[in-house]
Structures are given as C-alpha cells and as structure tokens.
Design a protein around this ligand. Structure first.
Ligand SMILES: C[S@@+](CC[C@H](N)C(=O)[O-])C[C@H]1O[C@@H](n2cnc3c(N)ncnc32)[C@H](O)[C@@H]1O
Length: 146
C-alpha cells in the first residue's frame, strides 16, 4: 500500500514538474495565462505578475483573489506550484504579512522563487516539502521571527 502511495505521489510530482519545465506543451490539466484568465484572474493583475508564475499557472480556482487575507495576515499556500497564488496573497497581505509557499516539485519552486525575486517580495518564502510533512515543518520552522 505504501509503495502504491509513493508511486502515485511520484507520478503527480512528475506531471507538475513537466508543466513547469514545458508549460506550452499538452498536459493532463490546463496550464497557463489563458486558463488563469478563464479561472477569474483579472487581466490587469496577470500583467503585473512575473511571466514564470503566469505561464505555468496550474491552479484550480482563483482562491487568492476571493480569500479573506487581511493586511499583515499569514498565509500558507500548500501546493503553491509556480507561485501565482502565493505572490497574489503576498501582495494582499502587504509588507507586514508573511506567505509561505510549499510544493514538492523543484521545477515549480524554481519558477516561484524566480518570480518572487522579480517582484522583490520580502514577505514570501518557499519550501520544498510533501503536503503530508508540511504541517510538521510549519510547526517547527515557521516561527514568529519570520
Ligand atoms: C493545482 S497546482 C497549484 C497551482 C498554484 N496555485 C498556482 O498558482 O499555479 C497543485 C500543486 O501542488 C503540488 N502538489 C501536489 N501534491 C502535492 C503533495 N502531496 N505535496 C506537495 N505538493 C504537492 C504540485 O506539484 C502542484 O505544483
């Protein structure tokens, strides 16, 4: 059973990593700017976000737009992908806020980090972790000092 779970996890990671490496190709799920537009992300906002995050967008809704994120809020984006939602959340949380993006795909995280650097975001951090172990990581490492 454990082997089946590990194999499924590897397949999911590989599928998302391919989307990060070659977003313009066909994938088992929609990817990219047009899809983000159809999912409800305003064009003006997409234009303001770095290309590496937008072109490899693989979200399932525009949650970072409708979620309640107060100024100074703390957000955990579990399965952050290329970081579009993470960076929108960071913008809404403002400089006093903190947003942590977690993903198990190194290729996705590279895009997310590149996009964060392009924006000069100081309130965002990314961590490579499985969702299953992320809660433990958050409890131990995401201290009040960050
Ligand atoms: C639906 S996409 C999220 C897209 C993202 N919100 C965006 O703005 O583009 C899901 C992400 O979750 C990651 N993921 C899926 N299962 C995971 C797991 N068990 N642990 C960590 N990350 C996972 C995938 O690598 C993928 O990048």
């Amino acid at each position: 059973m454990h082997a089946e779970i590990a194999s499924l996890r590897d397949s999911v990671r590989e599928a998302y990593s391919l989307a990060a490496l070659r977003p313009g190709e066909r994938h088992p799920f929609p990817v990219g700017r047009d899809f983000a537009g159809s999912a409800g992300y305003p064009e003006e906002l997409l234009r303001a976000m770095p290309l590496p995050a937008v072109e490899a967008f693989t979200g399932v809704s525009n949650v970072s737009i409708f979620a309640q994120i107060p100024a100074g809020g703390r957000v955990v984006d579990l399965g952050c992908g290329a970081g579009l939602d993470t960076l929108i959340a960071a913008r809404r949380a403002g400089p006093q806020g903190r947003v942590l993006g977690i993903d198990f795909s190194p290729a996705m995280l590279e895009r997310a980090a590149e996009s964060s650097r392009a924006l000069g975001a100081t309130n965002v951090a990314f961590v490579r972790a499985d969702a299953e172990s992320a809660c433990r990581w958050i409890a131990h490492r995401w201290t009040s000092s960050w």
